[in-house]
Ligand binder design. Structure first.
Ligand code: FES
Ligand SMILES: [Fe+2]
Length: 512
């Protein structure tokens, strides 16, 4: 050994690498999936399929049938709890084992073929917790053991089911979106507190009044496996309940927890997961976890979070917030990518960051470059070209980002369409009813009217007094008219709601 430790020519130790494949990835929200059919899924650019087996457990397989590689996500979940490839009818059990090859000559030859490893489909460890489906991105017996022994990223309040049941903790409905920007740009965005009052002007804070100088101080220094946590040295957006401390905690690979503690001894946790699906895209899954104080109160001004609200409303309103960042991030990623290729430097080297507001963004980028390879480890063969959407339609597309992945919203959309029809028919029926009733009423009074006219000709003062009220609509006519207007208003409201399932456009130039 020529080089001894301390030798000035000794090669520097390679930095510790983040173990991307030794973690659970939250890939979907269980209750948003239709359990009677298989669902395609992307992770690290790999095509996977999620399906629920006969024991009620979600399973995750490679999305290619071993026979001739047709996608299993185009198959069927059969009544016997097996996944059927709908091309030639091969069937698979919960662990990916082949259960049927219907073209076999004899039962014994089918049995022999089914035992072959090549006839099984690769299956990934999968589990359900806090309403999410989690997948471990390695297959095999060893991976199963490691997966069993590894806990999911999170924090105690997130996993506190008893606290939720007692009502001490409020966990809002999960939000799920496929976003048109990459995993690292998502993390960069949510570890950047400075953008909040500016980009989310009128939703959280004010772009003119709230931006200020602040410093981010490390709570947990950067490490290869555990990421980092920073807290800001002052409150960045005023709130009814003053914030006593707030921090942003990046737990790789997917979680950013933004925690705020309030003077009222309450706490909010914005729990944000980003899943690397394909280059230039990611899946966001998030919720708020609110912790009440001893008096059972939520932070002042946030009580509406615990109000019962249909989940679909949460879902269709989420883009009001998300699209405010999305309009930047999709293009920022592509600009940085292009320029860094031209200049031959890492993207963050092109940033200009004269204030400490960007500290955590830069630390995340340093962690990514130093410990995590500087790129998501896409499966070999993944096309890493970033598609640019010159046409902003995709940026505003909420159908492909969410609705098509969520059976709650699909059900709500069907309900909205049905009620649109019902209210339009009901409005017409009520209006026609009002007119008919009024006409009938007038006809029934024609004899009285004729008598009044005759009396009038004779100069009877009493008949004169009766004339103005003679044709006044009856209360029944008014009631029908009111109903018609009510149905019309409901129809107009539903007409405004429906497009939100498909598209939500946003422009900062119009957000005054
Ligand atoms: S490709 Fe699946 S059964 Fe043939
Ligand atoms: Fe939804």
């Amino acid at each position: 050994k020529l080089l001894t430790s301390g030798d000035p020519y000794e090669a520097p130790e390679a930095p510790e690498s983040f173990r991307w494949f030794k973690h659970w990835y939250p890939v979907h929200v269980a209750e948003y999936l239709d359990p009677t059919r298989p669902h395609p899924l992307k992770l690290f650019g790999c095509n996977l399929v999620l399906w629920k087996d006969g024991d009620g457990k979600w399973q995750c397989f490679e999305d290619a049938c071993p026979h001739r590689l047709a996608p299993l996500s185009e198959g069927r979940v059969e009544e016997d709890g097996q996944l059927l490839c709908a091309y030639h009818g091969w069937k698979f059990g919960s662990a990916g084992e082949c259960k049927a090859i219907p073209q076999s000559e004899k039962p014994v030859s089918e049995w022999t073929a089914k035992q072959q490893e090549a006839c099984a489909v690769a299956s990934y460890p999968t589990k359900e917790a806090v309403g999410l489906i989690w997948v471990w991105p390695e297959t095999g017996a060893e991976a199963r053991k490691e997966a069993e022994a590894t806990s999911m990223r999170g924090f105690s309040a997130l996993f506190d089911e008893e606290g939720v049941a007692r009502g001490d903790i409020v966990r809002t409905a999960w939000s799920l979106r496929d976003l048109p920007y990459g995993w690292d740009y998502f993390i960069e965005n949510v570890t950047d507190p400075a953008h909040v009052p500016v980009s989310h002007h009128n939703v959280v804070g004010n772009r003119y009044k709230d931006p200020r100088f602040f410093k981010l101080l490390p709570v947990r220094e950067m490490s290869a496996q555990e990421g980092m946590e920073y807290s800001s040295d002052r409150q960045l957006v005023p709130s009814a309940d003053p914030v006593t401390s707030s921090s942003t905690d990046f737990q790789p690979p997917c979680l950013v927890r933004i925690r705020s503690d309030y003077q009222s001894q309450t706490q909010t946790n914005l729990c944000l997961f980003a899943v690397p699906t394909t280059p230039g895209r990611c899946r966001y899954i998030g919720c708020q976890v609110l912790v009440k104080n001893k008096e059972g109160e939520l932070p002042k001004g946030l009580a509406f979070f615990s109000m019962p609200m249909p989940k679909f409303l949460f879902h269709i309103l989420a883009p009001l917030f998300l699209h405010q960042d999305q309009v930047f991030l999709h293009h920022q990623e592509r600009i940085v990518n292009h320029r860094s290729q031209v200049a031959g430097v890492r993207g963050e080297k092109l940033y200009t960051t004269p204030t400490p507001a960007d500290t955590m963004v830069l630390m995340f980028r340093r962690w990514f470059a130093k410990h995590a390879g500087g790129t998501v480890p896409w499966v070999p063969g993944t096309d890493t070209t970033l598609q640019t959407n010159a046409d902003p339609v995709e940026l505003y597309d909420t159908y492909n980002a969410h609705t098509k992945h969520c059976r709650i919203c699909q059900g709500a959309l069907k309900g909205v369409e049905l009620w649109q029809k019902i209210t339009s028919v009901a409005a017409v029926v009520a209006a026609v009813g009002a007119v008919t009733a009024y006409a009938a009423m007038c006809a029934s009074k024609s004899a009285v009217a004729a008598a009044a006219a005759a009396a009038l000709r004779k100069g009877s003062a009493a008949a004169l007094a009766a004339v103005p009220t003679l044709y006044a609509p009856s209360p029944g006519v008014y009631a029908l008219l009111a109903l018609a207007l009510l149905f019309l208003a409901a129809n107009v409201m539903l007409g405004k709601l429906k497009p939100l399932f498909f598209k939500y456009e946003f422009s900062h130039a119009d957000n005054h």
